[in-house]
Design a protein around this ligand. Structure first.
Ligand code: HEC
Ligand code: HEC
Length: 448
């Protein structure tokens, strides 16, 4: 009898999980992300069109003389926004409704650009969450518009000290602490102690390859968990239940994504030699690609990987467990939660050429620097928006020290690895390679 029950259970379990997860429609998922409002609207078209009025000179004077289209472009560039692949006049990162209200969507962090083209699912390495929040608040004040609580968020909660990285993990910690397992708001609940730090999101095309998500791999994958990012107070417990079908579609959309292909030339012979080196030195953690595709999803203890540990320490076993016991994780019915992970999961490397900067905190500007642990710059600054095909990544200028008298906006262009949560150390494995081998692996990485 029990044998039958076990066997039945074994069959039933993968079957039901799969049925629940594969029921969404990927195209509908994308449409929800760009058209459906899941958060309170944040500002209107008038505020966005006038934001240049609070810019510093000479940018303001340039914007004043510019056409409306050029002004929009300038604002996009300043805050790290892009057009949508199917309509360049609308922002990928915001839902804009019929009344002209703008609402942040998942692509603010998860939709960036590569060589001037928007690519949904690519980490948005230019998003300036604090910058747009600050300058929209000033614009609203200038226009005599009513301010809402979101307008003050950058004053009370660190949002992100560098372009392209945010304190998103702690937004989750803070908002989850206000709710019970059913996601009802708990009266009088307060934020726990938090270890603020910034992270760059991983590319969404990795989603299909993972069983568990997040850098420490703590959370089993499911459509409900994707709603965490809509946990503002305005959404009550019922709102999450009403949106389950939408998020089944969004889950299907994430599962359908593919990495962008490398746009430059690849020296095939060199790349083939690089593959042999990679398979010997890297694939035990990162898997194999090509004919034999195998992604092991291995967690590497923090003392072995030695990259910045703020992210690991920022989540407590209690926090992970309360997430695991909540509606987001079907009250623990969905198995596989890891309350006390030892370190970080080695990510798949498909499309890795496009997702600079590297390491989870975005501290390493190019793949060349990742492969040369001793030559990573301690302080670096963005140098234009071009792609560095030599070193494979973003074009940067190393600095001796942080220049004095910068505006807060300019400071967010400078990555200082000496600051908390921003270390570029660790992942020293490439030091086992000779210089020609590193060169070959760099070539191979272009093919993934
Ligand atoms: C403010 C920035 C931000 C927004 C907005 C945001 N995310 Fe993320 N997302 C992140 C960061 C940072 C991580 C990495 C967290 C970690 O690994 O601990 C992440 C991780 C994820 C992951 C895990 C990916 C993996 O491979 O492990 C998924 C899935 C995801 N986000 C989906 C969403 C969805 C769906 C939305 C919108 C409903 C959304 N995110 C909105 C910043 C954001
Ligand atoms: C012992 C396991 C292990 C080995 C061996 C290893 N890596 Fe990694 N790798 C990781 C982990 C874990 C991370 C994530 C670290 C983080 O973000 O803090 C990572 C991150 C990376 C990244 C950055 C990915 C991104 O999007 O930020 C690249 C690129 C990479 N590894 C390439 C390599 C190459 C090339 C080799 C071989 C020379 C290699 N790795 C060997 C575990 C490993």
């Amino acid at each position: 009898m029990w044998r039958q029950a076990v066997l039945f259970g074994l069959f039933l379990l993968p079957f039901t999980v799969q049925a629940a997860e594969s029921s969404g429609d990927a195209q509908a998922g994308y449409d929800h992300l760009i058209n459906t409002v899941y958060l309170p609207p944040y500002f209107d078209q008038e505020a966005f069109d006038n934001v240049w009025r609070v810019w510093p000179e000479p940018l303001k004077a340039e914007a004043e003389k510019a056409s409306a289209a050029r002004r929009r472009e300038m604002a996009y560039e300043r805050y790290g926004l892009t057009g949508r692949p199917e309509d360049e006049t609308k922002p990928l990162q915001y839902v804009v409704d019929a009344k002209g209200n703008w609402t942040l969507n998942c692509f603010s962090c998860h939709g960036g650009q590569i060589e001037g083209k928007p690519y949904p699912g690519l980490p948005n390495n230019r998003f300036d969450f604090a910058g747009i929040t600050d300058e929209i608040r000033l614009t609203k004040a200038l226009l005599g518009k009513k301010l809402i609580p979101t307008d003050y968020s950058s004053l009370v909660f660190p949002m992100g000290a560098n372009k392209g990285t945010t304190n998103a993990v702690n937004f989750g910690v803070a908002l989850m602490s206000l709710r019970d397992a059913d996601l009802n708001l708990v009266p009088g609940a307060s934020f726990p102690r938090m270890l603020h730090h910034d992270m760059e999101p991983p590319p969404w095309w990795h989603f299909s390859q993972k069983q568990n998500i997040y850098l420490d791999g703590f959370a089993p994958k499911g459509h409900r968990g994707l709603m965490q990012f809509t946990m503002v107070r305005e959404n009550d417990a019922q709102a999450f239940r009403d949106r389950e079908d939408d998020f089944r579609d969004i889950y299907a959309y994430l599962t359908s994504l593919k990495p962008p292909k490398y746009s430059g030339k690849i020296e095939q012979g060199k790349a083939a030699r690089g593959k042999i080196v990679f398979n010997k030195h890297c694939s035990e953690c990162h898997g194999t690609y090509g004919e034999v595709v195998d992604y092991p999803e291995r967690t590497i203890p923090i003392d072995e990987i030695k990259t910045d540990r703020a992210r690991l320490d920022a989540l407590t076993p209690e926090h992970r467990k309360s997430y695991g016991d909540s509606w987001f994780n079907t009250y623990g019915e969905q198995k596989g939660l890891v309350a006390d992970p030892e370190g970080y999961v080695a990510p798949p490397l498909t499309g890795v050429w496009a997702s600079a900067p590297y390491l989870h905190n975005g501290s390493v500007p190019t793949l060349w620097h990742l492969l040369h642990p001793d030559e990573r710059p301690k302080i670096w600054r963005w140098k234009g928006l071009g792609y560095d095909h030599q070193r494979m990544g973003i074009e940067v200028e190393p600095l001796e020290k942080v220049p004095p008298r910068l505006s807060t906006m300019e400071r967010r262009e400078i990555f200082n690895t000496g600051r908390f949560g921003k270390s570029a150390q660790g992942h020293d494995f490439p030091n086992a390679l000779t210089e020609p081998q590193r060169d070959e692996v760099l070539e191979y990485l272009k093919t993934l």
